[in-house]
Design a binder for this molecule. Structure first.
Ligand code: GLN
Length: 229
């Protein structure tokens, strides 16, 4: 089987997009770091396989699974569209989209986003939400931080991005921006999971590893270390 072959080879390559702190970012050594990177390496240890993490564009992760990479861990939200192309592991984190606006912005609720220019990362659930807002223009970026830079420079009116990175950017751009819970805009809860090839035996193996990491306290320790909850 494919999974058995992988075990023999001993190396699994996972794609990420190191632009979503604290889940993934480029570490001081230039390599991807963050909660997801630590989690997938811990999963690899449980499976007795070495895990390599490759930094790629978020928008190309799903289509690369099963060819260029064995899976993806990228704060990736489980969606029906993605499920047509990949299988997801059990969910490992609950998320929601947040809205970042300039500190003095009057945007506070769903109607306020109509006809606005909204910055978002290409191919993300934030982009899908922005595209659904009446009259709004979704302005896409490969790197979330560039969307926030353009917000600070007045080129976009709001940025839609996952909650935890929104909090990180709120600190990074302190005083210049503020963040609003997406629930105020009617955005629904999302779940992060690890994307794997359709029909792969890795799904069951990764789920078992996740369950083991939760049972032995490793998962909570990583949450405390990287996310601080
Ligand atoms: N959770 C969002 C999504 O899956 C954003 C992920 C990301 O930017 N890495 O689309």
């Amino acid at each position: 089987t494919e999974a058995a072959d992988k075990t023999e080879g001993g190396v699994l390559v996972f794609g990420t997009n190191a632009e979503l702190p604290p889940f993934e970012y480029v570490g001081d050594d230039g390599e991807p770091d963050g909660f997801d990177v630590a989690l997938i390496k811990a999963v690899g240890e449980k499976l007795g396989m070495e895990v390599q993490v490759e930094n790629m564009e978020f928008d190309s992760l799903v289509s690369s699974i099963g060819n260029r990479i064995d899976g993806a861990i990228a704060g990736m939200t489980v969606t029906d569209d993605r499920k047509e192309q990949v299988d997801f592991s059990d969910a490992y984190y609950e998320a929601v989209q947040f809205v970042i606006v300039p500190a003095d912005s009057e945007i506070a609720a769903a109607d306020d986003l109509k006809n606005k220019t909204i910055g978002c990362q290409l191919g993300t659930t934030g982009m899908f939400l922005a595209e659904d807002i009446e009259g709004a223009t979704a302005q896409t970026y490969n790197r979330a931080v560039d969307a926030v830079n353009d917000l600070v420079n007045g080129r976009v009116d709001a940025v839609i991005i996952d909650k935890n990175p929104a909090e990180v950017f709120n600190t990074k751009f302190e005083g210049k921006v503020k963040i609003i819970d997406g629930a105020d805009f009617g955005f629904e809860a999302e779940e992060y999971a690890i994307a794997l090839p359709k029909g792969s035996e890795l799904v069951e193996q990764v789920n078992q590893a996740l369950a083991d990491l939760k049972a032995d306290g490793t998962f909570d320790a990583l949450v405390a270390e990287y996310i601080g909850e």
